[in-house]
Design a protein around this ligand. Structure first.
Ligand SMILES: Cc1cc2nc3c(=O)[nH]c(=O)nc-3n(C[C@H](O)[C@H](O)[C@H](O)COP(=O)(O)OP(=O)(O)OC[C@H]3O[C@@H](n4cnc5c(N)ncnc54)[C@H](O)[C@@H]3O)c2cc1C
Length: 287
């Protein structure tokens, strides 16, 4: 299918992009990697009258590695996240998760901003953003820049707290020093959206978990934190029975959908398995 007639704008600065968003508001759609937006427009599920192509804005394509956070500009591609050696050292879970997203051709186009703003509840990077406690920078001509915690950004299926005149400029991913961090998922085939995915980070001191962060994909209308799972791990050695209690807590605290991919009970079982599997992997990893 082909798109309906559209205007196309491709500014070279964020300032110009914000002016255009202020002018067109809901009639304008930001075009990043286009991997989700273009099919939606072609199938008339999205009906913008103007596309704002942000790919020529050099300042959006920056990777900045700080002591505390890794900042990824909106148009940084998942392929770059996957292959950037500095990122691989600074926050390897980003590359680990990127390798689960679709296939290399799609990762060559997909952007950080696109995957976050598209807000698919089964997607890897929104789940990582919630798990790591990412902070998203949203800019508009009318209100300047505001910083939103990832947990407050994702509202429902494909719904975020971003306003129509806002551009996601960058996302800061905390490096969680001293933590062992991992992401794993279960999907029908490698590269498919997962039935369920799990982000898990733990910090241990003298063999005891002193901090834990967990989030899950595919088990709600948005990526969700798993506070029961985190509490079950904290204060205990990273071994059975704490892992078993964490797996049960995670399975009990989610309220997953039943759909044609699987029942709620099936997804509860997958999360239980993922907690056991991921916690087991983190046992083997040096902090
Ligand atoms: C075959 C296939 C398999 C896939 N498998 C997976 C998978 O396993 N896991 C996964 O997570 N994703 C998967 N995807 C989705 C893919 O990663 C999408 O491209 C991604 O969700 C959107 O990124 P994009 O850069 O292409 O954004 P676009 O399609 O350009 O935009 C998506 C939405 O975000 C908005 N937007 C984009 N950037 C900004 C910004 N900076 N500020 C404000 N709004 C913005 C757009 O207006 C649009 O509404 C798959 C896609 C395909 C085609």
């Amino acid at each position: 299918m082909k798109p309906p007639p559209l205007s196309y704008r491709a500014p070279e600065t964020v300032d110009d992009a914000l002016d255009l968003l202020a002018e067109h508001g809901e009639d304008m759609a930001v075009l990043a990697g286009g991997q989700s937006l273009v099919p939606l427009v072609n199938m008339r599920f999205a009906r913008p009258s103007v596309l704002l192509d942000i790919n020529r804005i050099a300042e959006l394509n920056r990777i900045v590695i700080g002591d505390d956070v890794v900042s990824l500009g909106a148009t940084v591609r998942l392929a770059a996240v996957e292959h950037d050696a500095r990122l691989g050292e600074a926050l390897p879970v980003l590359g680990e998760a990127a390798r689960h997203v679709a296939h290399p051709q799609i990762r060559n186009r997909t952007t950080i901003g696109g995957t976050l703003c598209h807000a698919d509840p089964a997607a890897e990077f929104p789940t990582l953003a919630v798990g790591l406690g990412a902070r998203l920078h949203l800019a508009s001509r009318a209100r300047g820049t505001r910083v939103v915690a990832a947990e407050d950004f994702f509202e429902s299926v494909f719904m975020t707290s971003k306003e129509p005149d806002e551009l996601l400029v960058a996302a800061d991913f905390p490096r969680l020093p001293g933590h062992r961090i991992g992401y794993s998922e279960i999907s029908r085939r490698h590269g498919d959206f997962p039935f369920a995915g799990l982000f898990l980070a733990v910090r241990t001191e003298n063999g005891i978990v002193t901090a834990a962060r967990a989030s899950a994909a595919g088990v709600a209308d948005r990526p969700v934190r798993l506070p029961g799972c985190e509490a079950a791990l904290t204060g205990n050695p990273l071994s059975s029975p704490a892992i078993e209690q964490a797996a049960e807590a995670a399975s009990a605290e989610i309220d997953p959908p039943s759909d044609n991919h699987g029942s709620a009970a099936f997804r509860r079982g997958l999360i239980r398995t993922l907690v056991r599997r991921q916690a087991g992997r983190l046992q083997e990893v040096a902090a």
